[in-house]
Design a protein around this ligand. Structure first.
Ligand SMILES: [Zn+2]
Length: 247
């Protein structure tokens, strides 16, 4: 599992398109023209934030998206427990997502720009927005380094472990193995683990969320799942036919 060893060229193309630095795209060898250009302007081409339309019930058109939301969000992680943070407390049978913008706290144990790159990346493909907050903010996602005794054999971990009564996300954590905590973007590991904290609580195959890691970009399937998730009101229960209603 060497997250820095693949996808570098793919990142350059993706990053360059977002930054409109087209000149470097014409270079026959991937250069360094785009490095370090992960400033606030990288969100300029993001789609609008997906938000609920105000209804308390409705129907998801795609049965594939419906199945993914049930498998990888609504029905996932119930009953699990993790070191330090403890039991994952969520009500079964109801979706979990953050209110936007998602509050993110980056602990000093994480050095480099991989968290911002990961947030910028997900925002650039889904519109899901974020804001950096202090350590004691609530709700929040905390990004921190962790030793191998917390992560077993993994290089990272990401999840939501506390929710409000309607399952709105309250506390999430993104743990990165200490050896990867000093990081220069892009990092498939950071993007992958952040995807877990945003609402993909499992490993749909072939995209950014597949395990083991296979690439630097989210699949259309993952983008469709997250975009639909953030259009549902907190407290929604999804049926297998795509119908949903706030409980
Ligand atoms: Zn994972």
């Amino acid at each position: 599992m060497l997250p820095h060893s693949f996808g570098l060229r793919a990142f350059h193309v993706d990053s360059c398109v977002r930054m409109l630095c087209l000149a470097s795209l014409m270079m026959t060898v991937a250069g360094s023209a785009c490095r370090g250009e992960t400033g606030p302007t990288s969100t300029a081409t993001s789609p609008p934030a997906p938000v609920p339309a105000g209804a308390s019930s409705g129907r998801i058109e795609s049965l594939d998206v419906t199945a993914d939301l049930i498998t990888y969000n609504q029905a996932a992680n119930i009953g699990f427990s993790i070191p330090v943070e403890g039991a994952i407390e969520r009500s079964p049978g109801i979706i979990t997502r953050w209110e936007l913008p998602i509050p993110v706290y980056v602990d000093p144990s994480i050095q480099g720009n991989c968290v911002q790159d990961a947030m910028d990346y997900w925002q650039s493909v889904t519109g899901v927005s974020y804001v950096l907050v202090a350590a004691d903010a609530e709700p929040r996602i905390t990004v921190r380094a962790a030793a191998s005794d917390e992560l077993n054999v993994s290089a990272g971990s990401g999840l939501v472990y506390r929710t409000y009564p309607n399952n709105r996300a309250r506390l999430g954590v993104l743990k990165i193995l200490t050896g990867h905590a000093m990081c220069a973007a892009p990092s498939a590991l950071f993007r992958h683990e952040l995807g877990h904290t945003l609402g993909i609580f499992g490993h749909p195959p072939s995209g950014l969320m597949s395990s083991p890691l296979v690439g630097m970009s989210a699949s259309p399937r993952e983008i469709a799942m997250l975009t639909q998730l953030y259009r549902l009101p907190h407290g929604s229960r999804i049926g297998s036919d795509g119908s949903w209603a706030v409980q």
